[in-house]
Design a protein around this ligand. Structure first.
Ligand SMILES: C[S@@+](CC[C@H](N)C(=O)[O-])C[C@H]1O[C@@H](n2cnc3c(N)ncnc32)[C@H](O)[C@@H]1O
Length: 231
């Protein structure tokens, strides 16, 4: 199975159904508390992530990960790297956590927290790369957007100097807002496209990974935008 196919692709149909139907929302949330790969408030691991994972490898985060499809795909592709999906919704993390367990992905963790609090869990320069996948566009509250300078400063603190941030979104106002936010911080975009699927950038297998929301937005006819930049 290519590493970038849908997370379910390698699992037997019954396993997929079992994972998806096994619990209602509150049951999933309760079960996350007992799953070793889903962490909640792990402040004691701040500065200790290299020791926590089996390999002291680069640490890549997916923010607003939902089910964590990028986290899973990246971990499958790079068994020696370390990957963590972060979201506030435990029932969504549950699904990613279950898939990681079913596939024996020992290099995957999920963390339930508000991204506003992220510097409590990562020491300066502890993170190598960040993916932000289809964050809520927050049309009314721009300071809640995960690419507002308020958040970018938090990411800068925990990233290694020059660490890359990737953004994938269907939302044009959020994409243009992000370009303005980084310009305001004196940062130039690296690679970018307003129509990923028609872009040469789409030859990069990493950008062919599709998330749960991406699939829904594309089915509705949305064009996917992509941007990366260094903090
Ligand atoms: C539109 S969904 C995208 C999920 C996933 N990345 C995907 O593409 O399928 C946005 C996600 O961001 C999470 N989220 C929004 N604001 C957040 C915050 N401040 N802290 C943590 N998670 C947040 C939501 O819980 C939700 O799962």
């Amino acid at each position: 199975m290519p590493w970038w196919t849908a997370p379910w692709a390698g699992l037997p149909c019954t396993t997929e159904k079992q994972i998806d139907m096994a619990r209602n929302k509150s049951g999933k949330l309760a079960e996350t508390k007992e799953m070793a790969n889903i962490l909640e408030a792990p402040e004691h691991l701040r500065g200790q992530w290299a020791a926590h994972f089996a390999n002291p490898a680069p640490l890549v985060l997916e923010l607003a990960c939902g089910h964590g499809y990028y986290t899973l795909a990246l971990a499958r592709r790079n068994p020696l790297g370390n990957y963590m999906g972060i979201d506030i919704k435990g029932a969504r993390l549950w699904k990613g956590g279950k898939i990681a367990l079913a596939e024996n992905l020992h290099n995957v963790r999920f963390m339930r927290c508000r991204i506003e609090m992220i510097n409590k869990y990562f020491a300066p320069s502890e993170v190598d790369e960040i993916w932000i996948t289809f964050p809520d566009p927050q049309p009314k509250k721009d300071n809640n957007r995960l690419t507002h300078p308020f958040f970018l400063e938090k990411y800068r603190q925990m990233l290694k100097p020059g660490g890359v941030v990737h953004l994938k979104t269907d939302n044009t106002p959020l994409f243009e807002f992000t370009l303005g936010a980084i310009a305001g911080m004196g940062i130039k975009p690296g690679a970018m496209t307003r129509n990923l699927y028609k872009s040469k950038l789409y030859e990069d297998e990493m950008l062919q990974v599709s998330t749960h929301y991406e699939e829904m937005f594309v089915a509705d006819g949305a064009q996917i935008k992509y941007l990366n930049f260094r903090l």
